[in-house]
Design a protein around this ligand. Structure first.
Ligand code: DC
Length: 221
């Protein structure tokens, strides 16, 4: 049976997480937050104080990554049975994730873990290379973006709401650096797949984006 997939790719802070979770809920489909897999690996790597140049060690950790996802209203992620959800959003985790995600050997190990999420009745997959690499034959592909300033200001608010200390200027710089790294890496760089619908959310509310994505899914099915 062909399980339908909706991919939502785009840069950090474009609203992919909120939109994907909401659309998955409306469709009663499964949800893959692929960034959280890279972020969880980053936490495992940071906890073992591994040198970020030591690809062999990072690959070994990736191969043994023991992750559990509990999808309720909020996504709960456990690493080796320990709840690491609160540690996922930090800038340190995101930046480390972006660095280790540039290694093709690491991406290869994490590929199957992501494909395993394709289960009936359907999947909403959120990330950077969902439509280009992980689910190239997805029925509906969206590339969701927004200006770097807008994304930085949204991330700043999100972190503040979670009680995490944040600095807007630094976040803007980090977002720009992360964009560059994610776009310029050789393996699975962040780019819109030719068959993706491009949505710029800079001047749209989250609800408008959700509506647009829902329309796309209904038109494709
Ligand atoms: O979406 P996010 O901010 O949680 O992702 C964190 C980092 O993980 C991002 O900077 C690059 C990497 N990533 C990736 O390379 N491929 C994905 N499909 C998802 C995330």
């Amino acid at each position: 049976m062909n399980v339908p997939v909706l991919t939502i790719d785009g840069p950090s802070g474009a609203g992919k997480g909120t939109v994907s979770r909401s659309v998955a809920k409306k469709l009663a489909w499964h949800y893959l937050d692929s960034g959280s897999i890279y972020r969880s690996l980053a936490i495992a790597v940071l906890d073992e104080s591994v040198d970020l140049q030591d690809i062999d060690k990072i690959v070994a950790i990736a191969k043994n990554l023991n992750l559990e996802f509990e999808c309720g209203d909020e996504l709960i992620v456990k690493l080796n049975k320990v709840d690491i959800t609160a540690r996922l959003p930090s800038e340190a985790t995101g930046n480390t994730a972006s660095i280790i995600a540039a290694y093709p050997e690491v991406r290869a190990v994490l590929l199957q873990k992501q494909k395993d999420f394709q289960q009936a009745p359907g999947l909403v997959a959120d990330g950077r290379d969902m439509g280009t690499v992980v689910f190239p034959s997805a029925e509906t592909k969206v590339f969701l973006t927004a200006s770097a300033e807008e994304r930085a200001s949204r991330r700043y608010k999100q972190l503040k709401e979670k009680g995490i200390n944040a600095n807007l200027v630094r976040i803007t710089k980090e977002i720009e650096a992360r964009d560059r790294r994610d776009q310029q890496r050789e393996t699975a760089p962040l780019k819109a797949s030719d068959d993706a619908f491009y949505i710029d959310s800079s001047n749209l509310s989250i609800d408008q984006v959700i509506e647009e994505v829902m329309n796309l899914v209904h038109n494709e099915s």
